[in-house]
Design a protein around this ligand. Structure first.
Ligand code: GLU
Length: 511
C-alpha cells in the first residue's frame, strides 16, 4: 500500500478557477483514477493579500459540475487534514524553525523600502549568496543584534539559504531530466512574520510531504520553482520520498503568442472560466462554460486534448476512456494553443450524442429564462423539439433561437424576409391557405404537406413564395426545420391562428 498513487490539486483561492487550472485538476484526476489512487484537493490560501471571498466555493462547484471527484479535502475529509493551508500554521511554524535551527534558513529584517532601494541601486539585484552579506539579516548582523530585533518584535521574513554553485537535478515525467545550477536561484522567502504565514514554496513542499503525495502534477511554469523545491526536499532530508514532478504544457492564446490569460476570454469572446464568475469587488461578470451552454462532458473532452493526445486519431473520448488511455508519455512539452472553435465542435458532437430526453431537461431552464411556462408542454414534446433542431446548435442556449417558435408564436417578423417574400397578393393567398388547412384530413407532416402542395400546384402559385410566406407567419422568419414538421408539432389550431395573425401584422416597418 506504501506506493499508492496520491495526487493533489492545489489551487489558490485568489479568484475564479481558470480553465488552465481545470485542465490541471483533470490530469490529476485521470492519473489518480487510472492508478486506483487518491485525489486530494488542497486549498493554498497563504497569500492573505490575494484572498478572494467565494473563490473556494467556486472551485468546489466547478469541479462538481465537471465530474472531477475529490477523495480527500476540506469538504470530503481525510486523514491528512486540515486541507486548507491557513489552518496549518502550527505545522509550518515547526518546519520553518527546523530549517532555521539547521542553518538552512535565516531571518531577514530588510524593509520593503530597503529592498526597493537596493533594486534601484543594482538593476539585477537578487537576494542570494553574493548579496545577503550586505543586507540586514541574521547572517550579516551579530547574534545580539538579531536577538534584540526579534525581542523588540521587529517584522521579519525567513529566507531559504541557497548554497551557490551546486548542480540540482530535476526529473520531470514530461520535461525529462534537467540540471540547473543553484546560483541562479534567490534566497526565497519561506515565511512572513507579518501575517504568521508561510509562503507558497514552503507550505507546498511541507504539505506534499505530509500528505504523502506521490506525483506533483502542476500547470505552472516549472522553472525556477522545481529546482528550488528539490533543494527544499533535500534540506528537510526528504529527498528519498520526494514526489515525482510532472509539469504540464502551458495553455497558449489561440494564436500561440503567449500564455492564455484571464483577460483573453473577454477580449476574444469566449469563456476562460468553467462557471460564470461575479467578481465580489468590481461586480464585473466573466462568462463561464456552463452558462455559455456547454455540456460538462464536452468541456472535459476538449480540455483533455489540450496538451495530450491518445496516440491515434480519436477525438471524442468519454471520461472512462480518458482514464483508461491517459499517459504522460503523450503529453507535449510545448504549449497547447487554445482553439475555442474546436471547443464548440466538441460541444456540438456531445449535444448530438446526448439523448433528447436529457437535453430537454437542460433546455427547460433556457425556456423558463425566456418566459415560457414549461409546465404547459409535455416532456415528450420538449424532447421531440430538441431532437428536431439539435443538429443546428453548438451551444445549449442556441436551442432557443432555433426552437422558440415551437413554444411561442412570433410577435415580430424578419424585415428582410418580408421584403423578399411578402408580395402584395400574400394576405389573400394566406387566407385561402387557412381554408385549406382547416380541411386537411390528417394534420401530421407528410399528409398535410401533400394537400398543401397539391393546392399550390392547382392554383399555379409560386411554390417558394407561398411556402416562405407561410413560414414567415408561423416562425417569424424564413428559417428552421421542415415546415410541416413544425405545423404537426404546434397543431392545426395554433398554425391557423399564427397564419391569421401574420395576415394582420406582417408589414414593413417603414411601410
Ligand atoms: N497554489 C499553487 C497554484 O495555484 C499550486 C501549484 C502546485 O500545484 O504546486 O499555483
Amino acid at each position: 500500500m506504501e506506493n499508492k498513487v496520491r495526487v493533489r490539486f492545489a489551487p489558490s483561492p485568489t479568484g475564479p478557477l481558470h480553465i488552465g487550472g481545470v485542465r490541471t485538476a483533470l490530469y490529476n484526476y485521470l492519473f489518480a483514477r487510472q492508478n486506483g489512487g487518491e485525489m486530494i484537493l488542497r486549498i493554498e490560501d497563504t497569500d492573505s493579500n490575494r484572498f478572494v471571498p467565494g473563490a473556494e466555493d467556486y472551485i468546489n462547484e466547478a469541479l462538481a459540475w465537471l465530474g472531477i471527484k475529490i477523495d480527500e479535502g476540506v469538504r470530503d475529509g481525510g486523514e491528512y487534514g486540515p486541507y486548507k493551508q491557513s489552518e496549518r500554521r502550527d505545522i509550518y511554524r515547526h518546519y520553518v524553525k527546523e530549517l532555521c535551527d539547521n542553518g538552512r534558513a535565516y531571518v531577514a529584517f530588510d524593509t520593503p523600502e530597503e529592498l526597493e532601494a537596493k533594486r534601484k541601486e543594482m538593476p539585477n539585484f537578487q537576494y542570494d549568496a553574493s548579496t545577503r552579506g550586505g543586507m540586514r539579516n541574521s547572517l550579516s548582523l551579530s547574534q545580539e543584534e538579531t536577538d534584540r530585533l526579534l525581542a523588540e518584535g521587529a517584522t521579519y521574513v525567513v529566507r531559504f539559504k541557497v548554497e551557490p554553485g551546486q548542480d540540482i537535478e530535476v526529473d520531470d515525467l514530461i520535461r525529462g531530466k534537467v540540471v540547473i545550477n543553484s546560483s541562479i536561484l534567490d534566497d526565497k522567502v519561506l515565511y512572513k512574520s507579518a501575517d504568521d504565514l508561510p509562503t507558497y514554496h514552503l507550505a507546498n513542499i511541507v504539505d506534499d510531504h505530509l500528505m504523502k503525495i506521490t506525483h506533483v502534477i502542476r500547470g505552472e511554469e516549472w522553472l525556477p520553482s522545481a529546482p528550488l523545491h528539490v533543494l527544499l526536499y533535500e534540506a528537510f532530508g526528504w529527498r528519498d520520498t520526494m514526489p515525482q514532478f510532472v509539469h504540464l504544457p502551458l495553455l497558449l492564446k489561440p494564436d500561440g503568442k503567449g500564455k492564455l490569460s484571464k483577460r483573453d476570454g473577454d477580449r476574444l469572446g469566449f469563456p476562460v472560466f468553467p462557471l460564470e464568475w461575479h467578481d465580489p469587488k468590481s461586480g464585473e461578470i466573466s462568462s463561464g462554460y456552463r452558462e455559455a451552454g456547454y455540456l460538462p462532458e464536452a468541456v472535459i473532452n476538449f480540455l483533455a486534448l489540450l496538451g495530450w493526445n491518445p496516440g491515434d486519431d480519436r477525438e471524442i473520448m468519454s471520461m472512462d476512456e480518458l482514464v483508461r488511455d491517459f499517459s504522460f508519455a503523450h503529453c507535449s512539452k510545448s504549449g497547447a494553443k487554445f482553439d475555442f472553435e474546436k471547443g464548440k465542435w466538441f460541444n456540438h458532437e456531445y449535444i448530438m450524442a446526448k439523448p433528447d430526453a436529457e437535453l430537454a431537461e437542460l433546455f427547460k431552464p433556457v425556456l423558463e429564462k425566456n418566459g415560457v411556462d414549461v409546465s404547459s408542454f409535455s416532456d415528450e414534446y420538449i424532447a421531440k423539439v430538441v431532437g428536431l433542431v439539435k443538429n443546428r446548435v453548438s451551444l445549449l442556449g442556441e436551442l432557443w433561437a432555433n426552437a422558440r417558435f415551437f413554444f411561442v408564436a412570433p410577435t415580430e417578423y424578419a424585415e428582410k424576409d418580408i421584403k423578399k417574400r411578402w408580395k402584395p397578393e400574400m394576405p389573400q393567398i394566406m387566407r385561402e391557405l387557412i381554408e385549406v388547412l382547416k380541411q386537411v384530413p390528417d394534420f401530421s407532416s407528410k399528409p398535410c404537406e401533400e394537400v398543401v402542395l397539391a393546392w399550390i400546384a392547382e392554383k399555379g402559385y409560386h411554390l417558394g413564395n407561398v411556402m416562405n410566406a407561410f413560414r414567415l407567419t408561423v416562425v417569424g422568419e424564413c428559417k428552421g426545420p421542415h415546415m410541416f414538421d413544425i405545423t404537426e408539432f404546434i397543431g392545426r389550431d395554433e398554425t391557423i391562428a399564427r397564419v391569421s395573425r401574420g395576415i394582420e401584422n406582417i408589414r414593413l416597418a417603414d411601410a
